[in-house]
Design a protein around this ligand. Structure first.
Ligand code: TXA
Ligand code: MG
Length: 344
C-alpha cells in the first residue's frame, strides 16, 4: 500500500486534506490524524470492519480496547450511559477539560461494537483539541476510534514523520498537522461515587494532572494502569515492553548505580541537565538529551519526551540511560512510560 502524507499548512491544502481524510473514514479506511497529545490511527468507531483495520495496521492484540473520539462534547451521551450518581461530576469534568487531554471510561451503549472495547462493558471517550482533528471529526460526524499511531508496543508518535517511520505502507493517509502540543497520551480516568465526594481513579497518568483533577473528587492512582498493552496476562510473550525504543533503556535511580561496560556507548536522557543532579558528569556520554533544560518544568519534559526518545533511539548507541523523573504532574506519566519501556 502506498502511504500518502497530506499537508495542512495553507487553507487550500487543509481543505483538500480534510476532504480526503473524511472520504477515507467514510469508506471504512484507517487514517493517521494529529491530536494535541500524540498522533492517532483513526477509523469509524461504529463500523467493526473499519476498526479491525486499526488492529491490523498496528499489530495490536484485540483484548486491548481503543479510545473513541467524539465530534462534539454532547456526543458522549450517544455512546455512553452515564450513571446518575456521577452525572454531575462528568458534566463538570467535560466542561472543564474538553476539548482536551482527558479520557473518561464510562458504561457503553450497545451502539459501540465489541471490537472497540475488547468486549468490556465500558468505553473510553475523549473530545480532542486539535484544530485539524476537530474539523475532520466534525465533518465526518461520527465517533472516531483512535489509538496512538505507533506499531504495538513502540514509541508513540508526536510528529507526522514519526508516524511515517512506523506506518509507511500500512495505511493510506497520514495527515500532517505539525508537532503535538501536549506530547503525552491523554490522562485516562474512571469515576466512582464516593461517600463524601466522587473518587477519580487515574488509570493512565497524562497531561491532565492530579492537581487539575482534585477539585472534582478524591484522586486515586491505579496500581496497574489502563495500559493493558503491558499488563494483560493472556499474552505475556507479547507484553514484555511498551512505549519502547529499539535501543535498550534503563532508568538509573541513583548515579552511583552506573557501571558502564568497556567499549559500550551510552546516551543520557536527562531531566534538567544540571551537574548537581549527579548524572551529566558521571560518564563520557555519547549524547546527552535534556528534556527540560534549565527550568526543570515537568510539563515541558512531558511535551518533549517521545520526540527526544525517538532521536536517542536513532543514534545507534548500546543503551539509553535515563535519570529518574519527579513523581508529580507530567512526571508521573514520564515515569510510567519509562518503567514500561525499560521492561524486558
Ligand atoms: O491521547 C490519547 O489518548 C491518544 C490519542 C490518539 O487520542 N490515544 C491513545 O490510545 O493513547 P491508545 O490506544 O494508545 O491507548 C488507549 C488506552 C489503552 O491502553 C487501553 O487499555 C485504555 O486506553 N482503554 C481503552 N478503553 C478502556 C476501557 N474501557 N477501560 C479501561 N481502559 C481502557
Ligand atoms: Mg498507545
Amino acid at each position: 500500500m502506498q502511504t500518502e502524507i497530506a499537508k495542512t499548512d495553507i487553507e487550500v491544502t487543509t481543505n483538500e486534506t480534510v476532504r480526503r481524510a473524511v472520504g477515507l473514514l467514510q469508506s471504512g479506511d484507517v487514517v493517521a490524524l494529529p491530536t494535541e497529545t500524540v498522533y492517532g490511527l483513526g477509523a469509524d468507531a461504529l463500523d467493526p470492519a473499519a476498526v479491525e483495520k486499526i488492529f491490523a495496521a498496528k499489530g495490536r492484540p484485540h483484548f486491548d480496547p481503543l479510545i473513541v473520539h467524539v465530534p462534539h462534547k454532547n456526543s458522549l451521551y450517544e455512546i455512553t450511559d452515564v450513571p446518575e450518581e456521577i452525572a454531575k461530576t462528568v458534566v463538570q469534568l467535560v466542561e472543564t477539560f474538553w476539548p482536551g487531554a482527558l479520557t473518561l471510561v464510562l458504561p457503553r451503549k450497545p451502539i459501540i461494537p465489541d471490537i472497540v472495547t475488547g468486549g468490556l462493558p465500558t468505553v473510553a471517550v475523549r473530545h480532542c483539541n486539535h484544530p485539524i482533528f476537530h474539523r475532520i471529526a466534525k465533518n465526518f460526524g461520527r465517533p472516531i476510534a483512535a489509538p496512538s499511531a505507533n506499531m504495538f508496543g513502540m514509541l508513540s508518535p508526536t510528529s507526522a514523520q514519526a508516524v511515517v517511520d512506523q506506518m509507511d505502507g500500512r495505511i493510506p493517509l497520514i495527515v500532517d498537522g505539525g508537532a503535538c502540543a501536549e506530547g503525552l497520551e491523554s490522562t485516562i480516568i474512571k469515576i466512582e461515587p464516593g461517600e463524601k465526594k466522587p473518587i477519580i481513579h487515574v488509570l493512565r497518568p497524562g497531561p491532565v494532572t492530579e492537581l487539575d483533577l482534585k477539585k472534582f473528587g478524591k484522586v486515586v492512582f491505579a496500581e496497574r494502569n489502563a495500559d493493558v498493552e503491558d499488563s494483560t496476562p493472556e499474552a505475556p510473550g507479547m507484553l514484555a515492553n511498551h512505549y519502547a525504543p529499539r535501543t535498550p533503556l534503563r532508568v538509573l535511580e541513583r548515579p552511583t548505580d552506573f557501571s558502564p561496560e568497556p567499549g559500550k556507548k551510552y546516551a543520557l536522557l536527562s531531566y534538567r541537565g544540571q551537574s548537581k543532579d549527579g548524572y551529566i558528569d558521571l560518564h563520557d556520554w555519547a549524547e546527552v538529551s535534556i528534556l527540560s533544560p534549565g527550568s526543570g518544568r515537568v510539563a515541558e519534559a512531558g511535551i518533549r519526551f517521545f520526540h527526544v526518545m525517538r532521536q536517542l533511539d536513532q543514534l545507534g548507541v548500546d543503551e539509553i540511560i535515563s535519570e529518574p523523573f519527579p513523581d508529580r504532574a507530567a512526571g508521573k506519566a514520564i515515569r510510567d512510560k519509562l518503567s514500561k519501556a525499560a521492561m524486558k
